[in-house]
Design a protein around this ligand. Structure first.
Ligand code: MN
Length: 285
């Protein structure tokens, strides 16, 4: 099943080239009082809502997908977890680049671990990326994103994938420079998730998935998740030793070689096998 959020926060099921409005199902979510429990409320209850969503999708209003504005499939994200230099060839290019620019030494993911991006940076493809700090170089990073479905802590990699509710395309936008990653990758709109969430049962094995990012006709990044240094299961094991993972937490699994600059007016055409295509425009602040 493919779940999206669109227009003014409606809930949709993607069926071929159309979005079916199933927003009515959200009335089944429990009412809450402050303080709210951790995690995204919809993702927390997704498994109970699933059959109602399937039923609603049989009769809901339909719109061609190109006529809707796609939002992040996660409405209330908690942690956005990033995996730095998690492909060997990207580590090589990052090290070569840091020597040229006299930046801080690039550590391996085993040395520096995972990092967090501010959840306020998360947008959907229809919202686009704003090139804040335009006097600095801003890079694209396409990544397979795994979305956590159930609370978990100290998960073994053998069990890890059972905690994933679905997958999406992630863009981990980055200002180049010496500041901490948690700053450079957390500007508003610098985390893009979409175009929808493909449920884990439909997506299948995340360990050998082709993906590509193009700008215009130029292929900038083209790789396969088999070349991840820490794969999706390894990352869940690693991250859950540090923090309790909550429903709606997003793990951006790292970007391959080919990162490069974007400018206002560019459109990033992203594709991951088993998810589909996502186009994201860059505009001036
Ligand atoms: Mn990244």
């Amino acid at each position: 099943m493919r779940i999206c959020r669109f227009d003014e926060g409606l809930l949709g099921v993607v069926d071929g080239g159309e979005v079916v409005d199933v927003t009515g199902v959200l009335a089944r979510l429990p009412s809450q009082t402050w303080p709210y429990p951790p995690g995204d409320l919809f993702i927390s209850h997704f498994s109970e809502l699933r059959s109602a969503i399937e039923e609603a999708a049989k009769s809901g209003a339909r719109k061609p997908i190109e006529q809707v504005r796609l939002l992040s499939p996660i409405g209330n994200p908690g942690k956005l977890i990033g995996a730095p230099v998690n492909y060997k060839l990207h580590l090589d290019e990052a090290r070569a680049d840091s020597e040229i620019h006299n930046d801080t030494k690039i550590l391996t993911i085993h040395e520096c671990g995972v990092f967090l991006k501010a959840n306020s940076s998360l947008v959907g493809p229809g919202e686009g990326v704003v090139s804040t700090w335009a006097d600095r170089r801003i890079d694209h990073e396409i990544e397979l994103a795994a979305i956590i479905g159930k609370p978990c802590r100290n998960v073994s990699k053998d069990d890890a994938l059972s905690y994933v509710v679905g997958y999406a395309i992630g863009l981990d936008m980055t200002v180049r420079g010496t500041e901490d990653r948690s700053l450079r990758k957390s500007l508003d709109t610098f985390s893009v998730l979409g175009p929808w969430m493909v449920t884990a049962d439909e997506f299948g094995d995340p360990s050998s998935v082709d993906f590509e990012l193009k700008i215009g006709e130029v292929s900038r990044q083209k790789a396969n998740t088999r070349d991840l240094i820490l794969n999706v299961a390894d990352l869940i094991e690693y991250a859950s030793r540090a923090y309790t993972l909550q429903p709606g937490d997003v793990i951006m699994t790292g970007t391959p070689e080919g990162v490069g600059p974007v400018d206002p007016g560019d459109r990033m055409d992203c594709w991951i096998d088993g998810i589909g295509k996502m186009s994201v425009s860059v505009r001036a602040a």
